[in-house]
Design a protein around this ligand. Structure first.
Ligand code: UDP
Ligand code: MG
Length: 311
C-alpha cells in the first residue's frame, strides 16, 4: 500500500497564489507518484475570495481538503488545524505564497525515508525586507541561546513531520503556539535541508509587525524563563551599584567634608530605575498573562466550513 503524504497550506488572502501554487503542486504530485498525496488548505478568514477558489478547486480535485476558520486565528493555529485533520504517514507544512518552493519537499521526503522524524527546511538566504531579515536573524540566535530546547536557527515552519511527531504535537494544547519550538521539543531524529527562500509570488505579507512580535514573544515565553532570571540579575547588579555609589559618597564627604549636591542625578536615577522596574514588571506580566490565557483552556480555533465533511 502506498504511503500518504499530507501537505498543509495556511492561507490568508492568498487568492492570487492558489492557481500557481496548485500548478506546482500537481507537478510535485507527479514526481511523488509512488506516494498518495493529500492537500489540506486552511483558510484563515481571508478577506479576498480565497475560500471560493479553494472550494471550486476541491470540487474538481479529490485529493484536496478545505478548512475555513470562523475568524482570523493566525498562521500558527491555521497550521495546527491542518495537523489535526492530517491523515498522512508524513506531514509537510509550507507557506502558500511560494516563498517555500514546493520542490524542496522532495528533499524533505527523501530525508524522512532515511529515517528522520523531523526534517526542517533551513533558509540559506532570506528574501524579505532588510529590517525583517535582520530582526529574524537576531531573534533566532537569541532564542537558540536562551531556550531550554534546541530550536534550530533560520528555520520557519517549512518542515516535514512524521506521523508520530504530528500525533505527539496534537497533545500540546497551548493557545500561544510556537510550532517550530514544539516540534523540536518532541524529539526523535531531526535534521535540516538547506534551501533558498524566494520572494512572495503575489499579494502582501499577512504577518504584520504586531503578528511577528507576538510570535517572537510566544517563542521566547513558551520556551525560556531567561527573561525572568534577567530580572533577578538586574536587581542584584543595581543593588550592588547603589551600595558602591552610596559608600563612595560617605567616604568622599568624610574625607573632603563636601556637601554632595545632585538634584539632576537624583531625578535621572529615579526615572531610570522607574523605567527599568516597569519594564521588568512587563516581563513578569507577559508570563502571568500567558498563565491566565492558558488557564482559560479555550478551544484553539473554531471551524466555519470543512470540505471533508461534505464527502
Ligand atoms: N497566514 C495565515 N494567517 C495569517 C497570516 C498569514 O494563515 O494571519 C499564512 C499566509 O497565507 C502564508 C503563511 O501564513 O501562507 C505565511 O505568511 P506570510 O507569507 O504572510 O508571512 P511572511 O512569509 O511574510 O513571514
Ligand atoms: Mg510569506
Amino acid at each position: 500500500m502506498k504511503k500518504t503524504i499530507t501537505f498543509i497550506f495556511p492561507m490568508y488572502n492568498e487568492a492570487q497564489n492558489i492557481a500557481p501554487l496548485w500548478k506546482e503542486l500537481q507537478s510535485i504530485q507527479k514526481k511523488i507518484s509512488n506516494y498518495k498525496a493529500e492537500f489540506i488548505f486552511v483558510n484563515d478568514f481571508s478577506k479576498d475570495n480565497t475560500l471560493k477558489l479553494l472550494q471550486s478547486l476541491a470540487k474538481k480535485e479529490p485529493t484536496i481538503k478545505v478548512l475555513s476558520f470562523s475568524r482570523n486565528y493566525g498562521h500558527q493555529l491555521a497550521v495546527t488545524a491542518g495537523q489535526d485533520l492530517a491523515t498522512g504517514d508524513a506531514v509537510v507544512i509550507m507557506d502558500s505564497d511560494l516563498q517555500d518552493p514546493p520542490e524542496v519537499s522532495l528533499d524533505l521526503i527523501q530525508k524522512w525515508e532515511e529515517g528522520y522524524d523531523v526534517v526542517y527546511a533551513k533558509r540559506r538566504k532570506y528574501k524579505t525586507n532588510f529590517i525583517k531579515e535582520k530582526s529574524a536573524w537576531l531573534f533566532y540566535r537569541i532564542l537558540c541561546k536562551i531556550s531550554s530546547v534546541n530550536i534550530p536557527v533560520d528555520t520557519g515552519d517549512f518542515r516535514l513531520l512524521s506521523k508520530r511527531v504530528n500525533d505527539e504535537m496534537k497533545k500540546y494544547k497551548e493557545n500561544s503556539r510556537f510550532l517550530r519550538g514544539i516540534s523540536s521539543l518532541v524529539g526523535f531524529k531531526q535534521t535540516a535541508v538547506l534551501f533558498d527562500r524566494k520572494d512572495r509570488l503575489n499579494g502582501n505579507t499577512g504577518y504584520t509587525f504586531l503578528k511577528s512580535l507576538k510570535l517572537a514573544i510566544d517563542g521566547i515565553t513558551g520556551f525560556s524563563v531567561a527573561p525572568i532570571r534577567l530580572i533577578s540579575l538586574l536587581g542584584a547588579v543595581f543593588a550592588f551599584l547603589s551600595f558602591v555609589i552610596g559608600f563612595s559618597y560617605v567616604i568622599i564627604s568624610i574625607l573632603t567634608g563636601a556637601n554632595i549636591s545632585g538634584w539632576a542625578s537624583t531625578i535621572t536615577a529615579i526615572y531610570f530605575l522607574g523605567g527599568i522596574q516597569l519594564l521588568m514588571l512587563g516581563i513578569l506580566g507577559e508570563y502571568i498573562g500567558r498563565i491566565f490565557i492558558e488557564s482559560l483552556n479555550r478551544p484553539l480555533y473554531t471551524i466555519d466550513y470543512e470540505e471533508s465533511r461534505l464527502k
